[in-house]
Design a protein around this ligand. Structure first.
Ligand code: SF4
Ligand code: SF4
Length: 267
């Protein structure tokens, strides 16, 4: 990855939006004072939700929220790539297609016809896809939404000229570090933590509920073992499919696990 600290002037940063709910951009805004401090160290040249708008500007770091869902999106992400030294997709939509990728395995046209009076006005592609499906990316931040602290840590690393830390460990490790009682062991809840990428600080188990995999697959995720555990808990094949087909449904590891649990791929 390029060393931004060696460049003259402040590094230029853009935040772009594709098909998404804006939640990851809000994570950046939620940094509050830390965002104001960051704004002293970088030049925010495009971040429509915060004010500046210059989508075609040359930048050092481009954060990209959202999935690619239209032909215009494909052309736009290629232009952004050409204008950016470092490109970082942020969030479940940008890294795995998001909840809108559920249509990839369904008859999306039928859904559109059921919802809209004039379905011919909807120009979506058949599939919702990740940013990395279309252009080279330099790093990815997973989560729905991403963690503000993770975004800040990435920018700080890049400003210092070091590669950002990629935490691909499992949510379970964060439970152990926080001394949380395991909801799967203690209450028989179908938790996705054993196969999900860390970074949220085990947010859901800390509130007594299951992880539903929003940070996507962890490194070396043993989905076979987790599916077997879900079966021992009495979950039906369809319930296990739904576990893997949630926010990060189009991540290849979760797709394969859903297939094994009983669903046919429609691609
Ligand atoms: S609660 Fe979930 S994430 Fe935490 S240790 Fe248990 S299985 Fe892992
Ligand atoms: S515990 Fe799981 S579902 Fe909850 S925020 Fe973390 S990764 Fe997402």
């Amino acid at each position: 990855m390029n060393a931004l600290h060696a460049q003259p002037g402040k590094p230029r940063v853009a935040v772009h939006k594709f098909s998404s709910c804006d939640g990851c951009q809000l994570s950046l805004l939620n940094l509050g004072e830390a965002l104001l401090e960051l704004a002293e160290r970088v030049e925010l040249v495009h971040f429509a939700e915060a004010g500046p708008v210059d989508p075609e500007a040359d930048v050092d770091i481009a954060f990209v929220e959202g999935s690619v869902s239209t032909q215009e999106d494909i052309e736009r992400i290629r232009r952004i790539r050409a204008h950016s030294r470092v490109l970082i997709p942020i969030g479940a939509c940008a890294t795995s297609g998001g909840i809108q990728a559920l249509r990839n395995r369904a008859n999306g046209a039928e859904w559109v016809a059921q919802i809209y009076d004039h379905p011919e006005a909807i120009a979506s592609l058949k599939h919702s896809t990740s940013i990395a499906s279309h252009v080279k990316v330099d790093f990815e931040l997973w989560g729905c939404p991403v963690s503000s602290q993770q975004m800040l840590a990435v920018v700080n690393s890049l400003l210092l000229g070091v590669a950002p830390h990629d935490n691909a460990d499992k949510v379970c490790t964060e439970c152990k570090r926080r001394n949380l009682t395991c909801v799967m062991v203690s209450r028989g809840i179908a938790c996705m933590g054993p196969v999900t990428r860390a970074g949220c600080g085990a947010l859901c188990p800390s509130l007594g509920r299951d992880c539903y995999g929003c940070y996507g697959p962890a490194e070396n995720a043993n989905t076979d073992a987790l599916s077997a555990q879900f079966r021992r808990q009495g979950r039906t094949p369809q319930e296990i499919v739904w576990r893997f087909q949630s926010i990060s449904n189009h991540a290849p590891v979760f797709l394969a696990a859903a297939d094994k649990a009983g669903m046919k791929r429609d691609e």
